[in-house]
Write a protein that binds this ligand. Structure first.
Ligand SMILES: [Zn+2]
Length: 431
């Protein structure tokens, strides 16, 4: 297959939308050149603007099965823990076909919302105890939809700190480090290393001991793989760690591990700013999931610590709603509501939208170890096309277009996506 050319009316290059840019894609699905047009433009991209494809750093695809559930509260106020019981009853009822259908739904919606890479934090491993039958179903569904996936293979050994797994949690079980790595290596051989790769993911300090987390982390470093973990989404987790370790989870992790750039802590809702600063300055990165955190009533993290470029990413988590543009604006809105001022996440030139887009592109790519997030030679040709004829974007000049997309539009403005140079129009059925 010869290289193909992609051209839109506007293309996002180094912080600005430029007209007259052609992107040449090589046969392996990477961008070969970005510059003045040499070939005829593609007709599907008239009236569109191209951005780097959005990266969904943290997803649990099967939770798509809870869409619309748990939004009435006859027994009074709910919480993360009451929601978790509903999630566990879904887990109890899932068979292989239903899991496959839910994954296809979730991944298909992601592409329709502009997402080209998903970090699937996968802990629902078993149909029958010990069979790991569900792992490959997730990879299969991603391949069918054509979404790039980093399977963050979860390690899940305890029900809470020092407690055995109970009930639905048994479907998550990875009883030993040896068994975990055996399955991890089997999956690694089954992936192509391009559209599908693997990461390492102890679920949380609730599900893995500090010694196990340290061993997993050292092995992830040795194998040069991303390492993800839920950290301090709930005050209850902080309290459990204080009782068991005399320290909050983030402090315990910083004390126990030689933190480096491959560690992504998900949520950090209740992380002490001093622990957050220590983690970030060591090279750790954080992933927030504003829609899920809002829905579950988790809280809003303190992001006052200096955030280096690429140290912040976004996830759709429970997939109760899949809309990265909304996640981006609520990343900023959460901080505005918390601090009672505007422009909380402004970059060095005072621009917020660029920070939000970076979280959904460069930050996610960094967190997942994927060469994406920028429209530049050598990166994957993962792109999102925004429909400039969408009513929400009418009469917006190019210099305000990014802000108009992120603060004033949503999924209805997504015309389609490319993954590795392969187009899928929004709403198209999956293969
Ligand atoms: Zn999660």
């Amino acid at each position: 297959m010869s290289p193909s050319a992609i051209q839109a009316e506007l293309t996002w290059i180094d912080g600005t939308f430029l007209p007259g840019i052609q992107i040449t894609v090589g046969p392996g699905g990477r961008i070969e050149a970005v510059g003045a047009p040499e070939e005829a433009p593609s007709p599907i991209l008239r009236g569109t603007a191209l951005l780097p494809g959005f990266v969904n750093t943290h997803s649990h695809a099967f939770q798509r099965g809870l869409r619309g559930a748990g939004e009435d509260f006859p027994a009074g106020a709910g919480s993360f823990w009451s929601w978790r019981e509903a999630m566990y009853s879904l887990v109890d009822s899932l068979d292989a076909d239903t899991l496959h259908r839910l994954c296809r739904q979730a991944f298909g919606e992601m592409r329709d919302a502009g997402i080209t890479t998903v970090g699937e934090f996968h802990y629902l491993h078993h149909r029958e105890p010990g069979d790991f039958a569900f792992d490959e179903i997730v990879l299969q569904a991603a391949a069918e939809v054509g979404i790039r996936i980093v399977l963050l293979q979860a390690y899940y050994a305890t029900g809470s700190i020092g407690k055995p797994l109970e009930g639905a949690q048994r479907r998550f079980a990875t009883p030993s480090l040896e068994g975990y790595w055996r399955q991890w290596e089997r999956l690694d051989l089954a992936t192509d290393g391009a559209t599908q790769t693997l990461g390492v993911a102890p679920h949380s300090v609730r599900a893995a001991g500090l010694g196990e987390i340290r061993e997993l982390y050292e092995e992830a470093i040795r194998r040069r793989r991303p390492f993800h973990m839920h950290v301090e989404e709930q005050r209850g987790e902080v309290e459990q760690a204080m009782a068991a370790y005399g320290r909050a989870p983030m402090a315990a992790l910083c004390d126990s591990l030689d933190i480096a750039g491959n560690f992504t802590a998900v949520h950090c809702t209740h992380t002490d700013p001093r622990d957050m600063a220590r983690f970030l300055s060591a090279g750790g990165t954080i992933c927030l999931c504003p829609a899920t955190e809002g829905n579950l009533g988790d809280g809003i993290p303190d992001l006052s610590s200096p955030l280096a470029s690429g140290s912040l990413s976004l996830g759709s988590d429970s997939n109760l709603r899949i809309a990265p543009v909304e996640e981006m604006r609520w990343l900023e809105y959460g901080q505005r509501l918390r601090g009672e001022f505007r422009g909380a996440l402004a970059d060095g030139r005072g621009r917020v939208a660029t920070t939000l887009l970076a979280a959904a592109t460069v930050g996610g790519s960094h967190a997942l170890g994927v060469e994406g997030g920028r429209i530049a030679p050598g990166h994957w040709a993962d792109l999102v096309a925004v429909d400039l004829r969408a009513p929400a974007l009418a009469d917006v000049p190019a210099e305000r277009l990014l802000e108009a997309i992120l603060f004033g539009s949503g999924n209805e403005a997504i015309a389609g996506t490319y993954v590795g140079g392969r187009w899928r129009e929004t709403g198209a059925p999956s293969a």
